[in-house]
Design a protein around this ligand. Structure first.
Ligand SMILES: C[S@@+](CC[C@H](N)C(=O)[O-])C[C@H]1O[C@@H](n2cnc3c(N)ncnc32)[C@H](O)[C@@H]1O
Length: 259
């Protein structure tokens, strides 16, 4: 069997983020619950302007739009934005999707709310992670709020080695590893057995390193947000209603903060 290595964009976007995510049972219901919580926590109403940063394949953006929210959403992966546009078309809604880099945001006073969902924060060094928060603060209108949906650094999901049947093949995922001295969750190595094309698809070096996530504690996130000027900083222990207090054992660490 032929063996190929694919970069971050190809492997992550097509195989992991589209094929794998959409194979998860109940994922649409999960997205709806997350969206309902965001709407309540951010105080969004029909006609509110929302920025979905690193929107992936657009599943949540489309849900927000179906509920009357005007969504601007971007992701660095061209392929994911293509899939997101198809998803909007299938649902007969219009979302302002575009390919973009969260390190190059230039919005000003435009949005009632901004979301970074499924732990889409912490991909860079500390200064760059701060830059993302600063530019998000700038993108919000006065009184607008940010919603960060993060893994709980004190209670990581129990990552397992998994073998999943997907459209066109099988995905073998290794567990994430926590590099404790660096405070970084190292990317999850995966192999795709591409039965359609009779080949084994591996992640190249770039794909592996681009998957690293800097994990911040609640104290660190609070200090970063305060330094930037965010106010009313609140933490919750799950990304769906009802609002649960955040603790070391919580399922997630959700942060809501206002400009
Ligand atoms: C964990 S996924 C979450 C996707 C989506 N928010 C969701 O909840 O399904 C992280 C996303 O961040 C995107 N991403 C990574 N680096 C980015 C960057 N510099 N600018 C914009 N998006 C980026 C990836 O392409 C990926 O879609």
């Amino acid at each position: 069997m032929e063996q190929v290595e694919l970069g971050w964009n190809d492997f992550w976007a097509e195989i992991f983020r589209v094929k794998h995510r959409r194979s998860i049972q109940g994922i649409q219901h999960y997205d709806k619950m997350v969206v309902d919580f965001c709407i309540e926590a951010l105080g969004l109403k029909k006609g509110s302007e929302l920025l979905d940063i690193a929107c992936g394949a657009g599943d949540q953006s489309v849900e927000f739009t179906k509920l009357g929210i005007n969504v601007t959403a971007f992701d660095i992966s061209e392929r994911l934005i293509e899939v997101a546009q198809e998803c909007a078309g299938d649902n007969e809604v219009t979302v302002n999707f575009f390919t973009g880099d969260m390190l190059k945001m230039s919005f000003e006073d435009q949005f009632n709310g901004a979301v970074l969902l499924s732990h889409s924060f912490g991909f860079f060094n500390h200064e760059e992670n701060m830059q993302v928060l600063k530019d998000t603060h700038k993108a919000l209108k006065e009184g607008g709020s940010l919603f960060l949906d993060l893994m709980n650094p004190y209670n990581f999901p129990k990552f397992m080695k998994t073998w999943t049947a997907l459209e066109g093949g099988y995905l073998l995922s290794e567990p994430h590893l926590l590099d404790a001295p660096a405070g970084v969750l190292r990317g999850r190595p995966a192999t795709f057995i591409d039965t359609d094309n009779n080949r084994i698809v591996l992640m190249d070096e770039d794909a592996l390193s681009n998957n690293d996530i800097r994990m911040y504690t609640a104290l660190e996130i609070r200090a970063m947000l305060e330094e930037i000027g965010f106010t009313k900083i609140e933490f919750y222990g799950q990304n769906k209603l009802p609002r649960m207090p955040y603790s070391s054992g919580s399922e997630r660490m959700v942060v809501v903060a206002s400009r």
